[in-house]
Design a binder for this molecule. Structure first.
Ligand code: GDP
Length: 364
């Protein structure tokens, strides 16, 4: 019988262990571990890492901002404070459009194009769907595979928990960290299904709306207000048999946009066709975005809009913080169900109820 068939021998051969070298100093390893933990609570650890362009540390810092633990958020705020002086040097581009229009495909191709031109691109997302459905429209697919492997790019999915206001604030803070880490183009993506476009519009310099040609009604559920906010409409999937339809849609949308009042920026919104699949039109889009930047920097609208946005976010953060403090107040939590009952049973007016609750909150 050959050795290989000898059933009396175990199939798994266990080698004798290697003796640990005596020089291994467990004391110093423990000290190192402790130091590392201490470092993880130090804002400087994150600030230094971010300013050095360390993506892993950038990700960890964003996690702090997104955390529900107040200790983490406190450190996160200090990191933001340390980074804010190094932020602002980017072009922030918002991208929206209905599911299926090709947002992730567009960002994949456009982002790759931008990195090839020497840009560092961060892609952030605001996904309001997770709040309603518990799932996510933007996050479920394998998205932007090529870009996610690109060293010049950083992709971060939408913060998931909390109200749209909370999610948007976290994204706004994340922009600061990404800019401090050297990303000069920040793309913020959202699904064009509601309020989230307004939130994105309030944190970007340029707002791009992706549309499709001939997909049912001409506005495809995109509200008029959203079209009015757009600095550019790009009709995507202009490839193959679709090219002709896309060109026709371009004329239609250009005519529709002419009906709107001119924007304060001095920029007249452009309508273009493009294909995320073939890359057609992407260099034109980039050229137009650069034209927009040049114009609005010259006429100071760029700066003005950013200041307005900073003010807007101060108020948004104030409102959000006050709201969350109020609803997390122990006294209020106890009283609310009763007040709700009284209001729904018509035993107390909504306004009186609110006034009473505020009094309790203020301890009056
Ligand atoms: P999103 O939901 O807006 O992010 O859309 P996706 O990027 O996931 O694209 C939806 C579908 O449209 C996918 O099957 C894509 O392959 C396809 N698609 C995206 N861009 C183009 C394009 O430019 N041309 C064509 N023909 N198909 C595209």
């Amino acid at each position: 019988m050959s050795e290989g068939n000898d059933k009396t021998k175990p199939t798994l051969i266990v080698n004798e262990g290697i003796e640990q070298p005596h020089t291994l100093n467990t004391e110093s390893i423990n000290q190192y571990r402790k130091k590392k933990i201490v470092r993880l609570n130090e804002p400087d650890y994150y600030i230094d890492g971010i300013l050095a362009g360390d993506i892993t540390i950038l990700s960890k810092a964003i996690t702090l901002i997104e955390s529900s633990l107040s200790k983490h958020r406190e450190t996160g705020q200090k990191v933001i404070d340390g980074c804010i002086g190094h932020s602002g040097n980017s072009l922030r581009i918002g991208i929206t459009g209905v599911p299926g229009v090709g947002k992730s495909s567009f960002i994949e191709t456009f982002g790759t194009y931008l990195t090839k031109n020497g840009n560092k691109v961060a892609v952030l997302a605001i996904d309001p769907s997770s709040q309603i459905s518990g799932g996510s429209i933007l996050g479920d697919k394998t998205r932007m595979e090529e870009l996610s492997r690109n060293e010049m790019a950083f992709i971060r999915p939408s913060p998931s928990a909390g109200s749209l206001g909370g999610v948007a604030r976290k994204t706004r803070e994340t922009i600061i960290l990404c800019e401090a880490a050297g990303f000069n183009i920040i793309i913020i993506e959202t699904v064009g299904v509601g309020q989230s476009e307004i939130a994105v519009h309030s944190m970007v310099d340029f707002f791009l709306l992706l549309m499709l040609a001939g997909a049912g009604d001409e506005l495809q559920g995109i509200k008029r207000g959203i079209m009015e906010m757009a600095d550019m409409i790009a009709i995507n999937k202009a490839d193959g048999e679709n090219i002709h339809k896309a060109k026709m849609a371009k004329v239609e949308y250009s005519n529709a946009l002419h009906l709107y009042a001119p924007s304060e920026s001095g920029w007249f919104p452009k309508v273009v066709t493009c294909s995320a699949r073939t890359s057609a039109g992407l260099s034109d889009i980039w050229k137009l975005i650069k034209d927009f930047e040049t114009l609005t920097r010259q006429n100071k609208f760029f700066e003005l809009r950013r200041r307005e946005q900073a003010k807007y976010w101060m108020y948004e953060t104030l409102i959000e913080s006050l709201k969350s403090e109020f609803f997390n107040d122990e006294k209020i939590k106890v009283l609310l169900p009763n007040f709700e009952k009284m209001v729904t049973n018509n035993n107390l007016s909504s306004f009186k109820a609110a006034a009473e609750l505020i009094k309790v909150y203020k301890g009056e």
